[in-house]
Ligand binder design. Structure first.
Ligand code: FE2
Length: 277
């Protein structure tokens, strides 16, 4: 086994497969051949400023060269503008749009969002300046950076926001993966899948990347973890060591909760941060 597998999944939980091609706004950013980069991979920040600051501080100490972001910068929490300002100032090698980003800057309906998420999106729309809204709107649904693909939800239908949470879901995206690794987000749970001769997957701490295999890796959530661990999650992809390592950092949850309540956002958004759910 190439990575530390902490938990097996049962197949067939919530899979849907639609072999439509990636959307036309996919883009490719190529690094110079052989260039060694240490990436900080972040996802589902959800306007949590304290968590994002803790993660970028940790990435600084871990000598990150560039960042990859798999979407949902806004939504749920109280600092969308400040988080966007930080994200836009980072050396970003690639970033994609999440479902909350999409709905915050388009007229896309929010009817099927849970009420706490829908309320937060309405509020977020009122908080974004024109420049930030335009920047979010221009993010692609998927992109390729060297040997890495980024997508928020799934490769088989990036704009339908399906979850990848079991082998069936993973295979639907792996069939369309043309790079060594795909980083994704959306479920807020740090799950990974490896496809060689066999498909394996589960929770992970560290993954050695084999060049002949394909990987789907969720790096968990910076701003609203849902795996029972309330610390902010992110990963480092070290291209020289061919290794992806998950990291967790504590942050000032109380400060984030106070801001959520002060902004009049749903109390549930604040409470769940304590439990990592
Ligand atoms: Fe999210």
């Amino acid at each position: 086994m190439a990575f530390v597998l902490l938990h097996f999944l049962s197949p067939g939980l919530c899979g849907r497969f639609d072999a439509s091609p990636p959307p036309p706004d996919s883009r490719v950013i190529m690094h110079k051949k052989g260039e060694v980069v240490r990436y900080g991979v972040i996802s589902d920040i959800h306007a949590n400023l304290e968590a994002l600051q803790a993660v970028t501080a940790a990435c600084g100490k871990l000598a990150v060269d560039e960042y990859l972001c798999t979407g949902d910068i806004v939504g749920y929490n109280a600092d969308p503008a400040a988080c966007l300002k930080i994200i836009r100032s980072l050396p970003l090698a690639g970033a994609v749009k999440g479902n909350h980003d999409h709905r915050a800057v388009t007229r896309a309906g929010i009817d099927f969002f849970q009420s706490a998420a829908a309320t937060s999106i309405e509020w977020t729309r009122s908080q974004l300046c024109r420049s930030s809204a335009k920047w979010l709107h221009r993010l692609p649904m998927s992109c390729i950076v060297g040997n890495i693909t980024l997508v928020h939800a799934s490769l088989h239908s990036p704009d339908q926001w399906y979850y990848i949470c079991n082998y069936t879901d993973a295979m639907a995206s792996l069939r369309l993966l043309n790079t060594n690794i795909c980083f994704f987000g959306h479920s807020h749970v740090p799950l990974a899948f490896e496809k060689g001769d066999m498909l394996s997957g589960g929770l992970y701490r560290k993954i050695h990347i084999h060049p002949q295999r394909r990987y789907l890796i969720n790096t968990g959530s910076v701003g609203q973890p849902r795996d029972g661990n309330n610390m902010a999650a992110f990963a480092i992809y070290d291209t020289a060591r061919a290794e992806v390592e998950l990291h967790r950092v504590p942050y000032d949850i109380r400060a984030t909760q106070k801001k959520i309540l002060r902004a009049g956002l749903p109390a549930r958004n604040a409470k769940r941060l304590e439990y990592g759910k």
